[in-house]
Design a protein. Sequence first.
Length: 183
Amino acid sequence: MRELLTKYKLVIRFIITFLVVYGVLTVSYYLYLNLSDGSKYYPDFMTNLVARQTNSLLNSIGYEAKVIPHPNEASMKVIINGKFVARVIEGCNAVSIIILFLSFIVAFAGKLKTTFLYCFAGSIIIYAFNLIRIAILSAGLYHYPWRKEVLHNVIFPMLIYGTVFLLWMVWVNRFSKNIKANA
């Protein structure tokens, strides 16, 4: 047993570090969601921010868009040219995806400064890509509402998770000290 633990020490350390970081960040986010009262920023600050920034992005590319609180659920309605096309819910704000990204990067940590900068830059890339994703998805739903399932459930998740995967691969191959130590 000891021989197996020694042989797979890096794998075990990766899994434990990943799970601890993921657990701490997820619990922290869950507490944040439960402590935000939604009175100033409905339904919560991050979801509201993403909805408002998506609205600005849609308006900047020529759509007459507006975002309003949904009266029956914790979400923001995206309206393009008077037509309700989508809703932005808590799961749309990319926080959960960023938590997953950060957990992997920390579990495969490189130098402290490099790890911190990559976490920061990667989070910004994911957040910005997510805004663009929601804006394009909203425009797509405006023009092609019959393609809702394939756009929302296949193409756009594939793009956002594909971006995270590419960021992980760049990290592992360029910056992670764990890979360099085993090479």
